[in-house]
Design a protein. Structure first.
Length: 184
């Protein structure tokens, strides 16, 4: 941290922790150092490696009045900067917060799928159990008649199940297209 006189010359300089930097503090950043917080250059020129923020591998030239981002590298010039954003307000902290929020929240389509599965799975299981109970009861009470028509009944059951599967897939696809407003 530095203090300047009215002509812009450094009159006092002290080393402080990045956590103690306040908004509007004047900071001296030497070549090779990491810029401690977001700010604006008030003296000096440099090139900064902003690949941490932008992904761009080429250094970005910075002059008086340019914004610098905390966490980036000051490559080749001595600069005096004024802190504009500190702590949780910095660009790097906001990016970290956005990534954390994205990792912990569900996408709308995933929420829809979970809601549908919450109703669909119990429905299918209850229909399956009901069908099993009906066939057990019919098997004990009408065994002779069922034996006589078992091949026809099995054919009809398999045919209906195949139609149900095909219709379910088509209906699901139509519902997704309608939800996402996709028109073929």
């Amino acid at each position: 941290m530095v203090k300047l006189d009215e002509r812009g010359k450094i009159i006092e300089e002290k080393l402080v922790l990045a956590q103690l930097i306040q908004r509007n503090d004047l900071l001296k950043v030497q070549p090779g150092e990491t810029i401690p917080t977001d700010g604006r250059i008030i003296d000096g020129t440099t090139s900064c490696d902003e690949s941490l923020i932008t992904g761009e591998s080429m250094p970005v030239d910075k002059t008086i009045g340019a914004q610098v981002v905390g966490g980036t590298k000051n490559l080749d010039g001595l600069i005096i900067m004024r802190a504009t954003h500190v702590g949780q307000e910095t660009a790097l902290k906001q990016i970290i917060r956005l990534v954390e929020d994205a990792q912990t929240s569900k996408a709308p389509i995933q929420q829809l799928a979970d809601r549908i599965a919450g109703y669909f799975v119990p429905f299918v299981i209850s229909i399956s159990v009901l069908t099993l109970i009906i066939y057990i009861i019919l098997g004990f009470t009408m065994f002779d008649q069922m034996k006589k028509y078992s091949s026809v009944i099995l054919f009809r059951i398999f045919f209906k199940l195949r139609l149900f599967n095909i219709n379910s897939i088509i209906n699901l696809m139509m519902m997704i297209h309608h939800r996402m407003d996709i028109h073929p």
